[in-house]
Ligand binder design. Structure first.
Ligand code: SF4
Length: 303
């Protein structure tokens, strides 16, 4: 069995995902994040012994024959997929065989400083990049990058990329207790995100056992931090067993809330009472609200 292709797995945010691991034998990444689920490893700037394009394509073709209804084919790695040396050719060949699936890449974003990488990424249907914080001190502490990488350059690279990319750009912020969970970090992040204008921002915290001794923050703290990002489209990663008190909102309160920030289906199902959800359904029927699908996550927005 191929080590390069795995799944499909059900991704809460992207649907049925067929994964491609471009570094199947060992972790090869230009970061060594303190929250990484893989064992800590010295950062590198290339993937050594990569699988060939032919090997990847043959494995994907076999998997697509076996598994129908794949929503996304996900380029990932035990590490950073954009360090794969034949990415341009691979992306072209995947487009030729992917049928109705979308092509998704999960990257830490560090290589978007490079024009060649931006030009390849712009051919991918959904690009998800990490941006955990925007100050150099915090970036170095949380992402532990290879020497010579600076968060300011990465931010400029993402801004340049947004100028040429009109498909779905998702940014991910992973929050670690005591590192990037301060209001001041989130205020600085908000200003940068407003300039970048991603289609969606995924906010999560440490979920599985990480490489280093770090702690998650509570969902209520994640919500407080998310509220600093004001009107941006945010998808919070709730823990599976998370629940909270269901609240009643009037139609006006709902409209006011959605005017400030689009609410995801998941936000609504977790915290809205049955009556409030009925109001939302009516507002959608009346055309006052509409539903927008952003890379697999549905949001209510004002028409
Ligand atoms: S970018 Fe991803 S793979 Fe690389 S160290 Fe960070 S979490 Fe691990």
């Amino acid at each position: 069995m191929s080590k390069v292709v795995f799944g499909p797995i059900t991704s809460r945010r992207f649907g049925q995902s067929l994964g491609i691991d471009l570094s199947p034998d060992t972790k090869q990444c230009n970061f060594d994040c303190i929250y990484c689920e893989l064992k800590g490893a010295k950062p590198v700037d290339t993937i050594q012994n990569p699988p060939s394009v032919k090997e990847v394509i043959t494995s994907v073709k076999e998997a697509l024959k076996k598994h129908k209804d794949i929503d996304v084919i996900t380029l990932t790695a035990n590490g950073e997929p954009t360090l794969y040396p034949y990415m341009e050719e691979l992306v072209q060949e995947l487009h030729a065989i992917k049928n109705n699936s979308k092509l998704l890449i999960l990257s830490n974003g560090a290589t978007v400083t490079c024009k060649e990488v931006r030009d390849v990424l712009k051919e991918i249907d959904i690009v998800k990049l990490s941006l955990d914080c925007v100050s150099e001190k915090c970036f170095k502490k949380i992402d532990r990058p290879i020497k010579g990488l600076h968060v300011e350059d990465i931010i400029e690279g993402i801004k340049e990329f947004r100028k040429i990319y009109d498909k779905e750009l998702v940014l991910e912020v992973l929050v670690v207790e005591g590192i990037n969970d301060k209001e001041s970090e989130f205020e600085a992040l908000r200003d940068v995100l407003k300039e970048i204008k991603p289609d969606r921002i995924d906010i999560s915290t440490v979920d599985r056992p990480p490489a280093y001794d770090v702690k998650s923050v509570s969902i209520s703290r994640l919500k407080e931090l998310a509220s600093i990002l004001s009107s941006l489209p945010i998808s919070l990663a709730y823990k599976r067993d998370y629940s909270e008190e269901k609240r009643d909102f009037t139609k006006d309160e709902i409209l006011n809330m959605i005017d400030k920030r689009p609410q995801s289906f998941e936000d609504v199902n977790i915290s809205f009472s049955k009556t409030s959800i009925d109001h939302i359904d009516r507002l959608v029927e009346d055309g006052i609200l509409y539903v927008k699908d952003v890379a697999g996550v549905k949001f209510y927005k004002l028409s």
